[in-house]
Design a protein around this ligand. Structure first.
Ligand code: NDP
Length: 328
């Protein structure tokens, strides 16, 4: 038997979540069974803890898009009992049972060996949010970003992806401007390495002039919607925006002018289906480049039973930094 946070759906279509004891026979088919030690809370988990947001197709469901733990048994030669592993993406926690449980059974292809020097708790302090922040930094640098080019903007900065992005960029020597709608997070963002705080209202207005003054050498955007449209017109020539999220909306009410007159690039970031070699690179860079003291400053711990409330909070943009879930 193992403990799991189970979401159920009643005949009227309402969902409810609670901790239950489940028999091992309930685990899905898969080739590696992992004793989960830590999981974490991402925006998507907020959706999967509630209605499912169109991502969950079958109930009862165990959410949790990330987990880290120790292999308990494996039918795959790449993993053996005792190996420490981390999983993000592959629709685990959405269309597959996820990490909000003491045990998870998954495909070996989806796992990554935990890099040297990273604990399972630290890996989950990073989670999909931090992994995505690293993928964004990699994409921007692959497209020519260097600290010498100027300030890099991070939107939704006090959230999970934003917090890790600010810390990673600052550690690599970038001047980071952090957009936040929560002025009270300024000390937190400055401690992570932001050198400028941009109030959300400054970028909230929709595009009036397709091209404004050139300000940003790069951007990691977690917000989408009118804010992304607006900041495209403020990008320096030939610089890039990594489009990560839609916390402010999925529409993009933009002009093409920044693309065709300034050569601005809009780079899509998808953390879910990342080839193995790139995942290993990203995790190794996280283990060596992310300052662990800053990571610790972002983290709050919770238990499985706290997740339904925290899921509602993250959907309202009311969670600061990263939440790790102690599953042990
Ligand atoms: P969080 O909720 O932790 O952070 C989102 C932040 O966005 C909030 O903290 C808030 O920051 C800001 N925000 C919220 N609502 C609004 C709004 N209406 N207008 C402007 N800003 C807003 O979520 P995550 O960091 O986990 O994820 C961020 C986004 O990235 C989500 O949309 C998520 O779905 C997406 N995502 C995408 C991935 C991918 O593979 N592409 C992977 C992971 C996440 P502040 O308070 O500082 O303003």
């Amino acid at each position: 038997m193992f403990r799991a946070l189970v979401v159920e759906k009643d005949e009227a279509g309402a969902t409810s979540a609670g901790v239950q004891m489940l028999d091992d026979s309930r685990l899905p088919a898969g080739d590696v069974t992992v004793a989960v030690e830590w999981s974490t809370l991402n925006y998507k988990d907020g959706l999967c803890l509630g209605s499912g947001g169109g991502m969950v197709r079958a109930w009862p469901h165990v959410p949790g898009i990330d987990f880290a733990g120790t292999v308990e048994s494996s039918d795959d030669p790449r993993y053996k009992p005792g190996d420490r592993v981390v999983l993000t993406g592959w629709r685990v926690g959405e269309s597959w049972w996820g990490g909000f449980a003491e045990k998870a059974r998954v495909k070996a292809d989806w796992l990554v060996p935990l890099p040297e020097g990273l604990s399972t708790r630290q890996a989950m302090a990073v989670g999909t949010a931090g992994f995505t922040a690293m993928l964004s930094v990699m994409a921007l640098e692959d497209h020519g970003l260097t600290p010498a080019l100027g300030e890099v903007l991070v939107t939704g900065a006090a959230g999970g992806v934003g917090s890790v992005a600010v810390a990673l960029l600052a550690e690599r020597g970038y001047a980071v401007a952090a957009v936040t709608g929560r002025p009270e997070t300024e000390p937190y963002l400055r401690d992570l390495g932001a050198s400028r705080i941009v109030p959300r209202e400054e970028l909230a207005e929709t595009v009036k002039k397709p091209l404004e003054s050139e300000v940003w050498a790069g951007c990691i955007d977690n917000v989408g919607g009118p804010m992304l449209a607006r900041l495209l017109g403020q990008m320096k020539s030939d610089c890039s925006v990594a489009s990560v999220g839609l916390a402010g909306g999925a529409d993009l009410p933009a002009k093409v002018t920044p693309f065709i007159l300034r050569g601005v690039n809009l780079l899509g970031i998808n953390s879910v289906f990342v080839p193995y070699a790139k995942r290993v690179t990203a995790w190794n860079r996280i283990a060596t480049e992310l300052p662990m003291a800053k990571l610790e400053a972002m983290v709050k711990e919770c238990a499985l039973g706290d997740l339904p409330d925290l899921g509602r909070a993250i959907l309202k943009g009311a969670v600061q930094g990263r939440v790790v879930v102690d599953v042990r």
